[in-house]
Design a protein around this ligand. Structure first.
Ligand code: ASP
Length: 325
């Protein structure tokens, strides 16, 4: 270890996807950027006060879940049966402890349920009603399943079921999209990764999954090594995208493995996963990552990704499109 002071840093994402740049408004863009900035500033303040990375990523994802703009928690997408099944995971890079829930439909903040599993269970993942029961038994707020729903997401489900995706959507964005990234093609998971002042890494990921998904389908977001991974010796990673592809290539863990085994720097490992391996299995999406040395990567093979990072002592950086860092 060098004696260089560690610059604590938080990175977040709110999903990747197809852009509607020509169809959106500056006000809408500003709304998304403001939400990202608010959450980054809160996390930055926590980090500068010495909070552990695990607390910072959980709180950042909780705030993203609470924000209707993003597909996690309230504002999550619907299953094919017009229900909600939420997935989340957290991982502590200092000890490789992890917790996850899949198919939760009553716990207000799935990421808090995932943390409760990490903290209080010998197991790593609970599913469905048992996940909610576990969360409730640890004092986490339960809500009626309808609480997660919004008119916009229901409209998107109906459009998907009527086969209205694709070219037609671009002509009808006002009724189907809430922001600069096409909601119906957006891969709207949220996530956070952080390096704290003590040099510890953590990652958290939370999602409503994919619009019109089959009931019972679980994606990569709650799967440690696929949609979420943290290891103090290498990197913390949170993914968003077509979950089946991320699972097939063990995306989050592969970034770590390439750094550990090949000695690759962060961006080279991320490029290998997102630009090559993901594309090779037909996947699309992106990831955010913070390396043990403080390097940050916000990468995707889609047109855009809601994203940002904040180092302690520096102004936060936010972006949506692909042509800005
Ligand atoms: N990765 C998520 C899933 O497959 C979807 C997303 O990122 O929006 O469930």
């Amino acid at each position: 270890m060098s004696n260089k002071p560690i610059a604590a840093v938080l990175a977040i994402h709110g999903g990747a996807g197809t852009l509607l740049r020509s169809k959106t408004t500056a006000a809408k863009e500003a709304e998304y950027l403001a939400a990202l900035e608010r959450i980054l500033l809160a996390g930055q303040a926590q980090l500068s006060a010495g909070a552990p990375a695990l607390d910072v990523v959980v709180e950042a994802v909780r705030q993203l879940e609470e924000c209707e703009l993003f597909n996690a928690g309230r504002g999550a997408v619907y299953t094919a049966a017009a229900t909600h099944e939420l997935d989340a995971s957290v991982m502590d890079g200092s000890n490789l402890q992890a917790g996850a829930v899949a198919g939760s439909s009553r716990t207000r903040n799935p990421v808090l349920a995932a943390r409760a599993v990490l903290l209080h269970s010998e197991h790593l993942m609970f599913t469905g009603a048992a996940a909610d029961a576990f969360a409730a038994s640890h004092g986490l707020e339960q809500v009626a399943p309808e609480w997660f729903g919004t008119e916009l997401r229901l409209t998107q489900l109906r459009a998907a079921q009527a086969g209205q995706r694709g070219a037609r959507l671009d002509h009808d964005v006002e009724t189907q999209s809430s922001g600069p990234i096409d909601d119906a093609r957006k891969l709207g998971t949220v996530g956070a990764v952080a390096l704290d002042a003590a040099g510890h890494l953590a990652a958290a990921t939370s999602t409503g999954g994919m619009t019109n998904k089959q009931v019972g389908r679980v994606g990569d977001s709650p799967i440690v090594g696929a949609g979420c991974y943290a290891n103090d010796t290498t990197v913390a990673v949170s993914c968003t995208g077509t979950g089946e592809a991320f699972m097939r290539i063990c995306a989050a863990y592969d970034v770590s493995a390439q750094m550990a085994y090949l000695g690759l720097p962060l961006q080279a490992a991320v490029d290998s996963v997102i630009q090559h391996k993901l594309a090779a299995v037909g996947g699309s999406g992106g990831l955010i990552a913070v390396a043990a040395n403080g390097d940050v990567s916000l990468s995707f093979n889609t047109e855009g990704m809601y994203r940002g990072y904040a180092r302690v002592g520096e102004a936060p950086v936010m972006a949506i499109y692909g042509d800005v860092s």
